[in-house]
Design a protein around this ligand. Structure first.
Ligand code: HEC
Length: 141
C-alpha cells in the first residue's frame, strides 16, 4: 500500500508543478528545464508502476486447494484439533467417505460440529472448498 502513497505523491507533485508553471509566469520553466524534470521523474514513475503490477499480480493469484488448505485448514486438520480428521489419516477419511462424498462436501461448506462453515474461509466459493477437500482426500489415501 505504501507504493500507492508514493504513486499518489508523484501525481500530486506533477500536478502542483503543472499548476504552478502556468501561473503569471512566475515559475515558468524553460523547455530544457522541463525536459530535465521529466527525465528525473520518469524512472520513479516506472518503478512505482512496476511495483503496482506486482501487487495486483499477487492479489489476483489463483487460489488452489493446496494454498487454501495452508492458510485456512491446516491449523485444525494437521493436528486433529477438536476431533478434526487429520490430513493423511487414511482410516479417518475413509470413515467420513462412507456417507458419500457429496455429504462430506456439504458438511464442510455448511459446517458440522466443531468444524466451522467453510473452515473459516468465508470468501472461498463452494468450488474452492470442494477443491480444498479434494486436495485433502488426495493426500489421505
Ligand atoms: C477450527 C478448526 C477447523 C478448521 C479451521 C477447519 N476444520 Fe474441517 N473439521 C474440523 C472438525 C472438528 C471436524 C470434524 C467435525 C465433526 O464431524 O464433528 C472437521 C471436519 C471436516 C471435514 C469432514 C466433514 C464430514 O462430512 O465428515 C471436511 C471435509 C473438512 N473438515 C474440511 C475442511 C476444510 C476444507 C477446511 C479449510 C477451508 C477446514 N476443514 C477447516 C475442524 C476444522
Amino acid at each position: 500500500m505504501s507504493q500507492l502513497k508514493i504513486f499518489g505523491l508523484v501525481i500530486f507533485t506533477l500536478f502542483t508543478m503543472v499548476a504552478c508553471s502556468g501561473q503569471d509566469g512566475s515559475v515558468e520553466l524553460t523547455d530544457n528545464q522541463k525536459n530535465l524534470v521529466a527525465e528525473r521523474i520518469a524512472p520513479h514513475g516506472q518503478v512505482v508502476m512496476a511495483g503496482q503490477a506486482v501487487v495486483s499480480a499477487v492479489a489476483s493469484a489463483v487460489r488452489t486447494g493446496e494454498s487454501i488448505y495452508a492458510s485456512n485448514c491446516q491449523a485444525c486438520h494437521n493436528y486433529g484439533v477438536a476431533g478434526a480428521p487429520k490430513m493423511g489419516d487414511v482410516a479417518a477419511w475413509a470413515d467420513r467417505l462412507t456417507r458419500g462424498i457429496e455429504t462430506v462436501y456439504a458438511n464442510a461448506i455448511n459446517g458440522i460440529g466443531a468444524m466451522p462453515a467453510k473452515g473459516t474461509c468465508m470468501d472461498c466459493s463452494d468450488d474452492e472448498i470442494i477443491a480444498t477437500i479434494d486436495y485433502m482426500l488426495e493426500n489421505s489415501q
